[in-house]
Design a protein around this ligand. Sequence first.
Ligand code: 6R9
Length: 671
Amino acid sequence: MNAPAEVNSGSSATEQQGPVESRTFQPPEQFVARAAVSGMAGCQALCDEAASDYEGFWARLARENIEWQTPFTRTLNEDDAPFYRWFDGGKLNVSYNCLDRNLQNGNADKTAIIFEADDGTVTNVTYTQLHEKVSKLANGLKSLGIKKGDRVIIYMSMSVEGVAAMQACARIGATHSVVFGGFSAKSLQERIIDAGAVAVITADEQLRGGKHLPLKAIVDEALAMGGCESIKNVVVYKRTGGNVAFNAGRDTWLSDLVDGQSADCEPEWVDAEHPLFILYTSGSTGTPKGVQHSTGGYLLWAALTMKWTFDVKPDDVYWCTADIGWVTGHTYIAYGPTAVGATQLIFEGIPTFPHAGRFWENIQKHKVSIFYTAPTAIRSLIKASDADEKVHPKSFDLTSLRLLGTVGEPINPEAWMWYYRNVGRELCPIVDTFWQTETGGHMITPLPGATPMVPGSCTLPLPGIMAAIVDESGADVPNGQGGILVVKRPWPSMIRTIWNNPDRFKSAYFPDELGGKYYLAGDGAIRNKDTGYFTITGRIDDVLNVSGHRMGTMEIESALVANPLVAEAAVVGRPDDTTGESICAFVVLKQARPTGEEAKKIALELRNWVGKEIGPIAKPKEIRFGDNLPKTRSGKIMRRLLRVLAKGESITQDVSTLENPAILEQLKETS
Ligand code: 6R9
């Protein structure tokens, strides 16, 4: 098991007495009356059904929510656990379910996507138009020889074309891997190689906050690094018209590719277990893991959680502010909303451009009724609206809102209260959704028309999700006592394997120490003594969560030591008011320890280096230099102490195993 003996700051679950928050907020009555899952009785009925006939429960939902081209014959196959299989014998197509189905059931002229560009330009796309875009692109990809089972990298910003590219891959049975547009050429190259991709779909540039940022140039750089010979085609969407290099044999404009293609593209019917996508995410060790998701189980949960958690109704305008480069943008932008025929807003820009009231302005402008964002965004907008009334939510008409959600990291009760009062006018339930790249969709969250809410708690697992808290041996711990968050039974949208690395899948997620049957989430959690509500206490491994972005400390350390100046590096997280956690790096140079201006200069150089190696999101907020790092006599870096130093606190813990205590004084100093 990966869980180290030390626990990250803020995650001392076992020492906690249980959450002290006692304010409870009931869902509004009118909401309960209309909700898909209405009242705790409605929720309990689903939980009881799952408890009494687990497979029957999932089979019923899979039949009701998905259109199967060939019905499945076996619901859950555990023969090769933990490589679980769902809906054996079933054949389907995700793009058919998300698009064609809407054309047949009265949504043909309904707006699927309202696209709000960075500069405020709005484009509406109906389900018929989206279907046409996707079908033409799917035919275009086929004309390049791309076929079922091939891997396609999508390196794009927020756009209708980004969603269309994902759906087009799904339509022809190609497995996509979206790489977040903020990742560097090197990160992109690593993912291309690991996935063995045959094509990249990208844009000339992306437009964010009025700035043009390169995409195609980064693809060119990644491909020039070597090892990417599997890539035969690069498809380029012209977003800005900026100057880009073109490699005639390899590159195609997206507009040329779809020009003249038929708007009919027979979907490729694939097995329920066919890999829909691979999405790379950080773990505690090694390179990012290619989390592989299925077709049938994944689609089921994407659609069902749109109904249960977001309670989507035909007249809703839904907005999820995530990027398609993260799992939230997969399940709750590209697939979930279309699977249930919703109208959604897709926003190209950033929350602070042209002013920090942009989110509220977008809600007012498009009459958004369901709004889903990250705690880090809420916290930064609290700060901005404290400083300037004009960008405060009260300066906008937000009366269209009926439901709010958060995702990505724990939300602190103060931020929850602010969101509830100022954005939701104390009328909108808040769904604090706990889940992960690996889980495919929501796991622990309030049901908005049922669950009484407690700020800072993601409350209870969704019906059918057997989440529990156990100790290091896999034994249940009583409520009020913290431990390790696990899921005891497989569920349809779970990770299927790590691409190219089934052994790592097994050891990372189904460790023998827990009996090999429990899914290990990697988070600590505690349940309230009285209510049984879950509160997530943070990662129990070396994964950081900065602004809701997952990053492994090891990845950043490897990037730092790859710099010729660096001899050794240790990276830790420290609590941050806005970003949740921030990155602090302790570095030993090959040259003498720098001080003053020289230290500042090298720190800047190293930050930029990490930006180049991984991407700007991985740049350490602070870098401190030492002659050495605090180590045990056996040479292990004592990160526990570094975490204390990073917070600016004095060390009160036992340092008797430390070989070089004097180093602690030196590392207290910020450069
Ligand atoms: C969807 C997503 C997963 C990690 C997860 C946990 C943290 C996400 C949370 C939350 C507390 C919530 N996390 N949602 N912690 N409350 N509502 O974010 O996926 O990028 O894979 O991150 O994020 O630590 O393990 P991913």
